[in-house]
Design a protein around this ligand. Structure first.
Ligand code: CP3
Length: 346
């Protein structure tokens, strides 16, 4: 194993003292870099995801071009529905769609949960190849979608602002919803362990749509499965949970055994620190749209953010994915502002 030359992220996850916080950006691989758009023009989405050499090249781009302190493997959360036997289409400008939505108990019972090491081998191969190419420069992050977020796509069949069909399914057929959530959880645990074995230094669980649930419904349909994932995976690799919009769950999740919690920009650093009893490493929470502000404003907002979170037990990041319209020099200004952070003098 090559030793890591930059292990800031892993030290922050362990709560150790760091010279400065590590920084990476959600959705940094893909989306906004011109070098990504060149590959996007040549190969379709799942070809990029399923070809380890392409996935590796895209994963390395933000490390080489923007100077982030971690790489996140280029893939998608919807490889899990594919591995379970559902078709997933990715149409330019329309986002993902799943033609066969889940409705009945037999739809659920027909879903595969085994053999993820085989069906998602292209992901573990991409991780191993990326690990080799990184040669210890920065840690490598693996990921999966959280069970609730994956259920949303499986039931709704496409993206939604309200996820009302997914919620209708959960509220009218809770037994079926739990049966489905458990199957997704089982395969996700195996998938994340396979990612750890292939070289992932941290794994992040994206609960992108958990904020569509009320606090009580989050406790019913999201939290138990997030806890199972942490329990099943944490011996193998540190786990970061990102329950977007679910500020109300931070206290409970701070007791989950996760190494870090991702925070969106609608939560103040003070609230998040208080809710998690200063126990946890927190990750976030720069408003991605603020990367469109003038560079001096980005720099001062980054300083304010780090002043508020503190440099210890903190991973600088955005509060959600970077958007495709962010100029590269603004993304770089964000990263550089974290790297040149100086703590206020006592
Ligand atoms: O961080 C990274 O950049 C690694 C790669 C990554 C992708 N998807 C590549 C991608 C990651 C971490 C994801 C996660 C993902 N995918 C999430 C959770 C994170 C979040 O933003 O909430 C979700 C909800 C999805 C589902 C998904 N995939 C959607 C809604 C879309 C369409 C619109 C978009 O860009 O978000 C995708 C397609 C997708 N996945 C693209 C990329 C780079 C864009 C299509 C393309 O470039 O061809």
């Amino acid at each position: 194993m090559t030793e890591l030359k930059n292990d800031l992220l892993l030290r922050a996850l362990r709560g150790e003292e760091v010279e400065r916080p590590p920084v990476w950006m959600m959705r940094q691989a893909g989306r906004y870099l011109p070098q990504y758009l060149e590959l996007k023009a040549k190969y379709d989405f799942f070809e990029r995801v399923q070809t380890p050499e392409l996935a590796t090249a895209i994963t390395l781009q933000p490390v080489d071009l923007v100077g982030v302190d971690a790489a996140i493997i280029f893939s998608d959360i919807l490889v899990i529905p594919q591995a379970m036997g559902l078709e997933v289409l990715m149409e330019e400008g329309k986002g993902p769609s799943l033609p066969q939505v889940i409705k009945t108990i037999s739809d659920i019972d027909n879903l595969q949960t085994g053999g993820v090491e085989h069906s998602l081998r292209y992901v573990t191969e991409a991780l191993s190849l990326t690990k080799r190419e990184l040669n210890g420069r920065v840690p490598l992050i693996g990921f999966a979608g959280a069970p609730w977020t994956i259920l949303c796509y499986m039931v709704e069949g496409k993206g939604s602002k309200t996820w009302d069909k997914a919620k209708q399914f959960a509220y009218t057929s809770p037994e079926l919803a739990h049966r489905l959530l458990q199957k997704i959880t089982d395969i996700t645990i195996n998938y994340l362990i396979a990612q750890a074995k292939a070289g992932a230094d941290m794994v992040q669980v994206f609960d992108s749509w958990s904020g569509s649930l009320s606090p009580a419904d989050f406790k019913t349909f999201a939290q138990p499965y997030l806890l199972q994932i942490v329990e099943g995976v944490k011996e193998h690799v540190p786990v970061t949970l990102f329950p977007k919009g679910s500020w109300y769950a931070l206290e409970d999740l701070s007791k989950s055994g996760a190494s870090a919690l991702g925070i969106d920009w609608c939560v103040s650093p003070q609230f998040a620190r208080h809710a998690t009893g200063n126990r946890m490493t927190l990750q976030g929470n720069f408003d991605p749209s603020k990367l469109l502000a003038p560079i001096p404003d980005i720099q001062s907002a980054v300083k304010e953010m780090i002043d508020a979170f503190g440099t210890r037990r903190y991973v600088a990041n955005l509060g959600h994915g970077i958007t495709p319209n962010v100029p590269v020099d603004h993304a770089r200004a964000f990263v550089d502002a974290v790297k040149s952070y100086k703590a206020p003098q006592e």
